[in-house]
Design a protein. Structure first.
Length: 309
């Protein structure tokens, strides 16, 4: 966000100032330094945009740079382009370029058509239901920590869900899944994995848990491992437990927000196609201090029971 704000201020103020100077000091516009200044400004703002959380916006300053270059050096650029076209029009070069470019484009097209995306935008209404309006509040406690001693925030709903809200959430269909528990607001996916289904844990804390509790990525998961889904910016979106991993495939059990808990294939969910399996040598996934707190809702973890409920 800071990069975006600085880039916006630099482009707006710097571009406006250069424009005013050019209008009131027309003699300056003939100098090489003045004509190059907007390019330097656009390059600096473009670099800021590329380093921000919205790099796609870099086309704005780079577009300004291209426009300015076309205005000031368009004639020379056209001469260079014309000379290049004259060379490429030679039959040998033209046919040779077709020989190389044609198969290359076909190969790229084939790759793009057959390769699944690493990430996709989840359907907007994927987790929308009546239960999503129930707020969650942090629990005043000093017990839940990582193995390294870092305190974690856990949350609980401010009220219980009504029978009507639960029924509406359970009525939503999920294709190719096995429901192991109905909808509820007592815990989310991270709370299912790390608190045994007692509380809510924010996704921003998951990487801290992975770091402090000795988790390491694995390519070949085993029952009892965890799966972590991330978006294109590497932010944690979802977690689950590996229930089955054999020659027939892999099955995950996870809680879908306030909706139910489901057994599904790694790809069959609405969060992300970018995921990593993790394993830890510690005994189970429960966080330190969870068992000393009053239990709201208990469910088995992958290491305490082989059966999902």
């Amino acid at each position: 966000m800071e990069s975006n704000l600085f880039g916006i201020a630099l482009l707006g103020f710097g571009g406006g100032l250069l424009g005013l100077l050019g209008i009131f000091r027309r003699s300056w516009t003939k100098s090489w330094a003045f004509r190059a200044a907007p390019l330097a400004l656009a390059a600096a703002v473009g670099a800021l945009a590329l380093s921000s959380d919205k790099p796609a916006l870099a086309w704005l300053p780079f577009g300004l740079a291209a426009f300015w270059a076309l205005l000031n050096w368009g004639d020379g650029m056209l001469v260079v382009v014309q000379r290049a076209l004259d060379v490429l029009r030679r039959p040998a070069l033209a046919c040779g370029s077709l020989l190389v470019v044609g198969p290359m484009l076909a190969l790229l097209w084939s790759y793009a058509a057959t390769s699944p995306p690493d990430f996709w935008e989840a359907p907007k209404n994927f987790l929308d239901d009546d239960l999503s309006v129930i707020l969650k509040t942090p629990i005043e406690q000093h017990a839940v920590r990582t193995d390294a001693g870092r305190l974690l925030e856990v949350k609980a709903p401010v009220r219980a869900a009504s029978v009507e809200e639960i029924a509406a959430a359970n009525a939503r269909k999920t294709a190719d899944t096995i429901c192991t528990n109905g909808a509820g607001v007592d815990y989310n996916c991270h709370g299912w994995v790390f608190t045994g289904g007692r509380y809510w844990i924010g996704g921003s804390q998951v990487q801290t848990i992975l770091d402090d509790n000795g988790y390491f990525p694995v390519d070949c998961p085993e029952p009892g491992d965890i799966i972590v889904y991330r978006d294109r910016d590497h932010r944690v979106l979802h977690t689950g437990l590996v229930r089955v991993a054999d020659e027939w495939g892999i099955l995950i059990e996870s809680k879908w927000g306030s909706r139910g808990r489901y057994v599904h294939t790694p790809e069959n969910q609405g969060y992300s196609l970018g995921y990593t399996y993790y394993r830890s040598a510690r005994g189970g996934h429960l966080l330190s201090g969870i068992n000393s707190m009053s239990t709201q809702h208990a469910v088995p973890t992958a290491t305490s029971s082989g059966d999902a409920r």
